[in-house]
Design a protein around this ligand. Structure first.
Ligand SMILES: [Zn+2]
Length: 134
């Protein structure tokens, strides 16, 4: 099983982002390296129904990819919250998942879980990831 290190400061920031976005889902990008989340880039949730869905602001997406390359960082995945649900992928998440190995962090009910998007696992595409304190 994949193990990803995540600093307690980043963990606290994820929970704060989720709380601040209520009643909507929060979302953003994850910077780091394989096996390590270094930082978050919060983004506006531009979904038509942000209480039940998320869509990362495409401008933030483009800018973050560009800046990360320049700074020697990597966009390793993204995060979003489930204000009304558990910290696990929904069928809605599965419907849009791409089997690209990216890390998904999901915040729900005060918990954070990690998943790797692939071709097997929960809902057919999410492998659980162990999040390790760093
Ligand atoms: Zn979701």
């Amino acid at each position: 099983m994949m193990i990803v290190a995540i600093a307690s400061q980043v963990r606290a920031q994820l929970l704060a982002e989720a709380a601040a976005a209520l009643p909507a889902e929060c979302c953003g990008l994850l910077l780091g390296s394989a096996g390590r989340v270094e930082a978050l880039v919060p983004a506006a949730n531009v979904a038509a129904d942000p209480a039940h869905n998320f869509e990362i602001d495409p401008a933030t997406l483009l800018r973050t990819h560009r800046e990360a390359r320049g700074a020697g960082h990597e966009v390793i995945g993204h995060y979003h919250s489930h204000p009304h649900g558990r910290a696990e992928p929904s069928w809605r998440d599965a419907a849009r998942a791409v089997a690209n190995g990216q890390l998904w962090l999901i915040i729900g009910a005060g918990r954070i879980t990690g998943w790797q998007a692939g071709a097997t696992g929960m809902h057919g595409c999410f492998q659980p990831v162990v999040l390790e304190a760093a």
